[in-house]
Design a protein around this ligand. Structure first.
Ligand code: ADP
Ligand code: MG
Length: 658
């Protein structure tokens, strides 16, 4: 093939005579079609499940081996095919779903191009066994590249089983781009989710290498399906929305604004039972959350839309994922208002349930019983077997610490180690530059000599922080620190400064080796998207550098065994979710350093005190004493300033004294 192509292409660029036009052989046509529709095992699974649904199946079983490289099998209990249909099904443009041109505008089925089976057959070894309810025997057909083996009688239940082996055996380029079985399995699960979420009445089973991955019972609810794929915690927290107006039916589940994510991958939109991606719908959703969520955050949203088929065109894209609307304004305003109305009727104050606190292994024995109990109540709402076990273990640990109270801290009139309500050292005190020992949490020990007490008024070099008289510092609105300097005053954004300091320290520490890591007493289970489980393998090195240890735990759960010490326990889950979202989009080589920087800045942001966090005098002093770490830089990693200065002269001018 390549030789033909080269000779023609070259001809076009030279003065050689024009090539002859010829009709491409079927196999090549099918291979080209496969290139469009069949990108990876997950695309095969999608096409086959859609065919099963079109055939009226009530039960669909998907069996995968080696991420689909070795085997993809989809078995259904649908209407099946007779001998003649079987032979036709594998021919290009053979479909039972459209007979007239008008049908194109009233499509109710998933497929209609008659492309899937011949495309798949062109790039694999395909075998189909099918039996119609009225027939007492099944028939079988085998296809390999352009060879079709005749239909023979076979045994089999009513319905159709399609089996694909050796996918892409004759397309080395595609084969090379297949990822690990785990990654391909993630994509397959994602495809299954995109279908199973809108077909809760259908039973689905997914098996990988002989192990069941999903068993979705029939007649389940959409909420149940969301729980199956994304965890009960998320599912329980969603708000239901429903409306049927102006020909548009909307039904869905939307996340509370407080449960935002760092990517839009948690937004699932469906039109007439089919997963779609659409910017109008996306915009309408974004608008509904405007003002309720920080910029660059995304809500969790599952929305199923139903419209009469003639008011949309889904034929735009070969995989039918994009849509053209007849009345996009109506769509926009209906989606916006259904979500907004729901918020109006809901108390959106974030509840305690949102906070899950993993338990930190604490070799110093500084966990107090009360703290463990407090962590406990946050999770009593949900009650899985695993959680109950975790609770029992935690209770017994709490008991132990109650019976063996920790020794009194060495105090010098200061509070002992500054500890947050979750039992970890306060975010500011928690992070000490490597090599500094600070047993009592006495912040003064890290202060550079000469910075305190304030010396005689003198100007520091341009860009260096002013000397601050620590006796004058005032926290206002739990967000800003106002302090007197030698020649005026400075207003410091506590979050921005802390974030910047942590970022600098982390950047330095990581040049010396992996970040300091803390092992969790019990792994923290975090629900993630199915395809994100593979991300932790793909980025194992990066994660290890950051001080994380995680392993896959089930199809959409990961177990976190160790976390960077700098992260506050209650922020681990949120950080891991954001990090995985980030890692999932950043794949490919040559991004190593940028990626690490990105993640360090995310980590600094998550670990830093926030606006609204009250700080006590020792914490304020500690924070300010580390300003010099942020050499010459008065901006936080996101580029915002950390402090504003006003000289006495500025003030005098403002007050019109001069
Ligand atoms: P399309 O779905 O676009 O019609 P396909 O290549 O996917 O094209 O399938 C071709 C035809 O094979 C379908 O129109 C249908 O008649 C038949 N077919 C495929 N899969 C099944 C199945 N699981 N059960 C019954 N018939 C099927
Ligand atoms: Mg089809």
């Amino acid at each position: 093939m390549r030789r033909d192509c080269r000779s023609h292409c070259v001809d076009l660029r030279t003065d050689a005579p024009m090539p002859q036009i010829h009709v491409l052989p079927d196999l090549l046509v099918n291979k080209i079609a496969a290139g469009e529709v069949i990108e990876r095992p997950a695309s095969v699974v999608k096409e086959l499940i859609e065919n099963s649904l079109d055939a009226g199946a009530k039960r669909i079983e998907v069996t995968i081996e080696q991420g689909g490289r070795k085997l993809i099998r989809v078995a259904d209990d649908g209407g099946g095919m007779d001998v003649d249909d079987l032979a036709l099904a594998v021919q290009p443009h053979a479909t039972s779903k459209i007979t007239r041109e008008e049908d194109l505008f009233g499509i109710r089925t998933m497929g209609f191009r008659g492309e899937a089976l011949p495309s798949i057959g062109a790039v694999s070894q395909l075998r189909i066994v099918s039996r119609q309810p009225s027939s007492d025997a099944a028939h079988e057909i085998r296809v390999t590249a352009d060879r079709i083996e005749l239909v023979t009688a076979a045994s089999g239940p009513v319905g159709t089983t399609v089996e694909i082996r050796e996918l892409f055996f004759n397309v080395p380029a595609r084969q090379k781009f297949l990822r690990t079985p785990q990654t391909e399995m993630g994509h397959i699960t994602e495809q299954l989710a995109r279908i199973a979420l809108v077909y809760p009445q259908i039973e689905f089973r997914l098996t990988h290498n002989g192990r069941p991955v999903h068993q979705l019972r029939p007649a389940g609810s959409v909420r149940e399906r969301i729980a199956d794929f994304f965890g009960k915690e998320m599912s329980d927290s969603l708000l239901e929305v429903a409306r049927d107006e102006r020909g548009l039916k909307i039904h869905g589940y939307v996340g509370r604004p407080s449960d935002s994510r760092s990517s839009a991958r948690w937004q699932y939109f469906f039109l007439n039972g089919r997963y779609i991606r659409d910017r109008f719908v996306g915009h309408a959703v974004r608008e509904a959350y405007r003002g309720l969520m920080e910029a660059h955050r995304y809500p969790v949203v599952f929305l199923a839309l139903e419209l009469p088929p003639d008011s949309v065109d889904v034929n735009v894209h070969p995989t039918k994922i994009e849509v053209r609307w007849r009345d996009s304004n109506m769509l926009y305003s209906q989606i916006l208002s259904v979500i907004r109305d729901r918020f109006l009727n809901t108390d959106l104050t974030p509840g305690l349930m949102a906070v899950r606190s993993p338990q930190i292994a604490d070799p110093t024995g500084e966990f107090s019983g009360e703290l463990l109990d407090a962590g406990d109540t946050a999770t009593t709402g949900t009650d899985s077997e695993a959680e109950r076990r975790h609770r029992e273990i935690r209770d017994s640990i709490a008991d132990f610490f109650k019976r063996n109270p920790r020794p009194a801290s060495p105090g010098f009139g200061e509070p002992p180690a500054i500890r947050s309500e979750y039992g970890a050292a306060s975010p500011i005190a928690a992070y000490q530059p490597v090599g500094t020992v600070d047993p009592g949490g006495m912040v003064e020990s890290t202060e550079p000599p000469g910075l305190l007490p304030p010396g005689p008024p003198s100007r520091l070099g341009e860009g260096e922080p002013d000397r601050i008289d620590l006796g004058t510092v005032l926290q206002v609105h739990r967000s800003y620190l106002v302090a007197e300097t030698a020649d005026g005053l400075v207003i410091i954004d506590q979050h921005a400064l802390h974030e910047r300091i942590l970022f600098e320290q982390l950047s330095q520490e990581i040049t010396r080796g992996p970040l300091e890591s803390q092992r969790l007493l019990l792994p923290d289970m975090i629900d993630v998207a199915p395809d994100q489980v593979a991300v932790i393998e793909a980025h194992a090195d990066t994660l290890a550098k950051l001080g994380f240890e995680m392993t896959p735990y089930g199809p959409s759960t990961i177990a976190v065994h160790a976390v960077p010490s700098i992260l506050r326990p209650e922020r681990v889950t949120a950080f891991v979710r954001d990090m995985l979202d980030r890692l999932a989009v950043r794949s490919g080589p040559a991004t190593g350093e940028i990626l690490i920087n990105d993640l360090l800045s995310m980590m600094a942001c998550k670990a830093a005190v926030k606006a609204g966090d009250p700080l006590d005098p020792a914490e304020i002093r500690s924070l300010l004493s580390k300003r010099h770490h942020v050499e010459r830089s008065t901006n936080c990693p996101h580029g915002r300033p950390t402090s504003l200065r006003f000289t006495l002269r500025d003030l005098e001018r403002q007050f019109k004294r001069v």
